[in-house]
Design a protein around this ligand. Structure first.
Ligand code: PMP
Length: 415
């Protein structure tokens, strides 16, 4: 079997485990490996945990303390204000669904069509205005400005903003969009699934009302995420999961629900996941500069290396000048994206992703043909050698074609 190695220490970035069979991880935008610090935190908790908020025993009290400490740390990671609530959820999808559940009855939602399906779809269709895919950061701002100006000012309004695009890595002008929303009396929720692993997210500095994130995209395991932000809509809403933990008292006639985050955390919480998420937050915050420097170098090498291969196009939503994180999404003239990713996996030992990336409306706009592309995404388990290998692999495909394991059919090259 493969021996786990620890990589990252020499760069001053948080370390992750990697295997000696060096399958290059260029798929961080999908999910990330656990940091060694996170794996150690999980292992410590797994050996000691008890019931959260439900017992007087030592392990129960210990786990409850750890869980509540994790809440404070996750809040601090996104610059939560004293009145903000930190609700633990399963992931970004679940966090945005929770906010959709807590929308006031007459609220209107504005979302760009380029959003990930998790941010595009949870809102009531009849109360949602979809803005077209913008062509630049400025275009995004004027589209929003116009929609808010022409929309129903008297109603509660929510603007859904993407932090960083999962298809192209482009960073959205979050603070600018939030300021426009605020000027028109609207609130903002930030989908930080792709931004939080790479850049600081601060509720106050960005002027947003809520932020949603996923642990598994920022070096914690699957199954824990958070919604952080204003408490009023959350407190006024019916419990998201009406069950134990969310109840204050239950009588034959009446159920009184908890206030605070417990209101929406019915059932036994994923305390291990929450603690793991907090551990990842602590590591990322402590190593922010090293993480950004490591990623900036790899991303530049990746984008420049790919763009220099004839027939390869690296795509953007907000224009090539937009600041970006983590991702280079590309198409190779004459080759189906599915074939490119298959060749990279089989012949070069590299994990990339092809497809429409849960953002069908955006991909339809960006890519010709069947609207698919190849996405290479970097992170703390990516090395310079992986990036060079990827560029070599794509260049090899363009110059020599795929090996005899692949066939050319009327549909193009197939695996
Ligand atoms: N938003 C964006 C921008 C994403 O990239 C993702 C994950 N691909 C999500 C939301 C949904 O995250 P999750 O699957 O963890 O709920």
């Amino acid at each position: 079997g493969a021996l786990p190695l620890t990589v990252g220490a020499e760069l001053g970035v948080p370390t992750v485990h990697r295997t000696v069979v060096d399958f290059g991880n260029l798929d961080h935008a999908a999910t990330t490996p656990a940091l060694t610090a996170v794996a150690e935190a999980v292992s410590t908790v797994q050996r000691r945990y008890g019931s959260v908020h439900r017992g007087a025993g030592y392990t129960s009290r210990l786990t409850t303390d750890w869980f509540e400490q994790a809440r404070t740390e996750v809040g601090a990671f996104v610059g939560a204000r004293p009145d903000d609530e930190v609700v633990f959820t399963r992931n970004t999808t679940d966090s945005l669904r929770l906010l959709a559940h807590a929308l006031p009855q007459d609220a209107e939602v504005i979302v760009f069509e380029s959003a990930h399906h998790a941010a595009l779809l949870p809102w009531p269709a009849e109360a949602t205005l979809r803005l077209p895919v913008p062509t630049s950061a400025l275009d995004a701002q004027s589209l929003l400005e116009r929609a808010l100006r022409e929309g129903p000012a008297g109603k509660p309004r929510l603007v859904v903003v993407t932090g960083a695009c999962n298809v192209t890595g482009d960073i959205w002008p979050v603070a600018e969009l939030a300021a426009i929303a605020r000027r028109h009396g609207a609130r903002t929720v930030l989908d930080a699934a792709q931004l939080a692993p790479h850049r600081p997210v601060d509720i106050d500095a960005l002027g947003i009302d809520w932020v949603a994130l996923s642990g598994h995209k920022m070096y914690a395991p699957y199954g824990a995420g958070a919604l952080v932000g204003r408490s009023d809509w959350l407190e006024a809403a019916a419990p998201y999961l009406p069950a134990g933990g969310a109840t204050h008292t239950v009588s034959h006639r009446h159920t009184r629900w908890q206030q605070g985050p417990a209101r929406h955390e019915g059932g036994t919480p994923n305390a291990v996941g929450a603690i793991a998420l907090a551990s990842a937050c602590a590591s990322l915050s402590a190593h922010r500069d090293a993480v950004e420097a490591h990623e900036a170098e790899l991303l530049a090498a990746l984008r420049e290396g790919l763009a220099a291969v004839p027939g390869v196009r690296v795509h953007h939503v907000l224009g090539p000048a937009a600041d970006g994180v983590g991702v280079a999404t590309f198409t190779v003239e004459g080759y189906e994206p599915s074939l490119v990713s298959q060749v990279l996996a089989d012949e070069y030992g590299l994990a990339v992703r092809d497809g429409r990336f849960c953002a069908h409306l955006l991909c339809e706009t960006l890519f010709d043909g069947d609207g698919t592309a190849v996405r290479a995404s970097i992170g703390l388990a990516t090395t310079r050698e992986h990036v060079e290998r990827l560029v070599r692999g794509v260049r090899g495909l363009v110059e020599h074609g795929p090996s005899s394991a692949y066939e050319y059919t009327v549909d193009g090259w197939v695996a």
